[in-house]
Each structure stands twice: as structure tokens, then as C-alpha cells.
Design a protein around this ligand. Sequence first.
Ligand SMILES: C[S@@+](CC[C@H](N)C(=O)[O-])C[C@H]1O[C@@H](n2cnc3c(N)ncnc32)[C@H](O)[C@@H]1O
Length: 407
Amino acid sequence: MNSEENQTKLHVTQVTAHLQNLVDNSANLLANQNEISKYEKFFGFQYSSDIQTVNIGQIIKDAKKKYFADTNNYFSSKIEVYDTVEMGKGVRATEDIIAGTCVIVEKAFLVAGEAVMKQMYDIKKKIPQYQQHVELLKQLYVPEPISAEVSEQDLSQLTKYNGYGEPDRLGNNIDLLDHLFLKISAVNHSCAANVTLRCYGDVGVVIARENIKSGDQIFICYKPITFPLSSHSSILQQNFNFTCKCSLCSYLTSNSQQFDQIYNNFVQTLKSLKPSEYKTHLIPLVKSSVLNMNVDLKRQFVNSVIQTILLLRNRKVMERNENGAVLLLLIQMQIDSYLVKDQIVEYQSQLFKLLLTKSKMQTQTKDKKKLKDQAREIFVKYEAGGQSAFDALCAEYFENDDVSWVK
Ligand SMILES: C[S@@+](CC[C@H](N)C(=O)[O-])C[C@H]1O[C@@H](n2cnc3c(N)ncnc32)[C@H](O)[C@@H]1O
């Protein structure tokens, strides 16, 4: 066995032991109802609604059995870490993967933001697993080689460049990137990502957004997918300090003029439409604009359109009410045309917020009720979490008056 294989084997052994420990320890922990429904929804298990009989440890154990019966650890036999030519280490598929299926389930070996890392450094001698963690941390990416002793700065860099976070359903998790993984942290970024990551407690779950061929690299999008394309590179530069070399960015670099031209034409036509024409003209306009684009670009185009409309709305170029109807149509179009199920949750959350914000502006109670019903219908249709998730979001967004999310 060569030294790389030895090292990998060592990781797997260390991590498996660590995970087993965590699972066993959590087996007696009763989970709260929210967490249970998150896991249940994701893994598709039905558990008794009596929380006394449910525990997260068991759910994770079952998930492990269901998805990874053929391996002894939490990762997947469908992937491997390898050296890419352009992006350092990366992860690729070792078999064909079907859209919507689970690609990796992995427990974070450490959940520690930059502040915790600092504390951990200060009190390192008191933490029994410190040395083990440091050995694992040394495997992760940092721009400069880390010192043998692992300095305080090294620790905070490790989190900065390799951490992922729990989503808050709306993609605003960019500051909470504190989960460190061995495999998932080796997955590179693409603006046209083919997998998506969600963290459930300290378990990271990677799902295929589309069919992936054996040998293809898998990519997570490091930023919320709804961010406009124009802000991609600055977000990646600012937060992760790299210039994106993904296929979409490369495509846009060589075809940016063409993309810009189509987009500018689209915006001009949009501005020339009367609000009453939006409903009938907008979707055909978007469809004709994206006619010759590949699927990544189409997805990006519709995202940009949504952002543009929000912008026009904020500049009061468009009427708020009309704008709501247009956004609704566009988001539905996204859902229907391009997105696999996992992403839909993010989109209809936006849609939902939009409807609620819109309904707040209506003075008539019956209009409010109609919009709420409409939102509920969409929510249920796309299985975003059913009635209880709807109620939770209602409580959060409808009852409080803050609409700053659109600004
Ligand atoms: C979480 S690590 C991913 C694994 C990393 N490639 C490694 O060698 O361990 C994130 C780093 O990978 C590199 N990277 C990821 N996606 C990239 C992309 N699309 N273009 C260029 N570099 C990328 C950047 O250096 C980034 O800071």
C-alpha cells in the first residue's frame, strides 16, 4: 500500500471511530420535534410523532444502513477524492449517480467557527481530542502550508476555507460556515453546481442536483444559488479568496458579450412592457431569450431575471403588486423547468416570503387570505415541509413587519 492509501485508510479508521462514538453517544438523546421533522423529511423515514420514542442517533443509523449498506463508514462508495488539474484536491463520482439521490452523508469531525477555533487554541491542552482534531485539520485546504505546530492563525484559516454551515432555508448562511468535514470539505465550488449540501445538526448530506456521470467532478455552490451572477466572483474572492475557474465562469468569460447582449435586450423589452402585460408577455420573453442556452446558463439567466426584477421593484420602476405576480411566475418557471427537488425548497421559501410580504401590503383581509392560501398550496404541492413548516414560516414572516429582505 502506498503512503497515500495508508493515510486515507488512517482517516477512515479515525473518522469512523469518531462517528460511531458520536452516534452511540447521541443514541440516548431525545431530539426535539423540529430536528426530527428535518431528518424525517430528508431521509424519507416515518417515525412516530411521539417524541419520547424517537432519537436522532437511530435516525442517523438507519440512514447509514439505507444509503451506505455496502460501506463501513459514513461516506459513499460512489465518490473518491482526487487531484484535479486546476483546483487542487477535488471529489469525483466513481459511478453514475442519479439526480435527487444521496451522494455523501458525513458527520462533521469538528463544528467550530473562527471564534471557537481561537478558544480551542487557547485551551488546547485541556481538550482530549485536540491532537486528533489537529491531525484531521492538517488534511484540509489552506492557501499557505500550515506550520508543524499549527498556529492560531492556521486554525482560523482552516475554518475560513473549509467550513460549511447549516442552512436557514433562505440561503443566508454565509457567516455560519463552521462545520469541518474530511470528504465534503474537499468538494470544490461551481457556479453551476451538480450537487447540493445541507447540514442537519452536525451531519452533512450531499444530494445530486442532476444526473452525474462516473468520472465527473462533483461541485457544491459555496454561495446561495440565488445570488446574481454579477456578484459571484466578488463573493468568492471576499469569502474564500479564490478566482472561480468553474465551467460557467469560463463559459461566461469567453461568451460574456453574447450573454450580456441577450440580457440587455431582455431588460430593455421588460422596461417597455406595461405592468398589465407582464403576466402574458414575460414568460415567453424569458423563454425566447434562453432558447439557445445550455441548462446552466438558463438557470443562471432566470436567477438574474429574478434579481433584476427585485432591483426594479426597489427602485420603484415597477409596481410592487405587478412585480409580485411576475416573480411568482418566474419562480414557478424555475421550479418547473430546471430544478430538482432539493433546490425547490429554497425557491418556494422565497416565493412564500414574497407572497406574505405582498399580502401584508394589501389592506383587504380577504386578499390576504387568498394570497396565504395560494402560498400554502404551492408550499404543500412542492412538499416544502407541509402545514407545520408553513405555520412556522407564517409566524416568522407574516407576523413581524420587517420586509428588509427585499432591499
Ligand atoms: C473547501 S476547499 C476545496 C478543496 C481544495 N481544492 C483542496 O485542495 O483541498 C476550497 C478551496 O478550493 C479551491 N477551489 C474550490 N473551487 C474552486 C473553483 N471553482 N475555482 C478555483 N478554485 C477553487 C479554492 O482554493 C478554495 O479556497
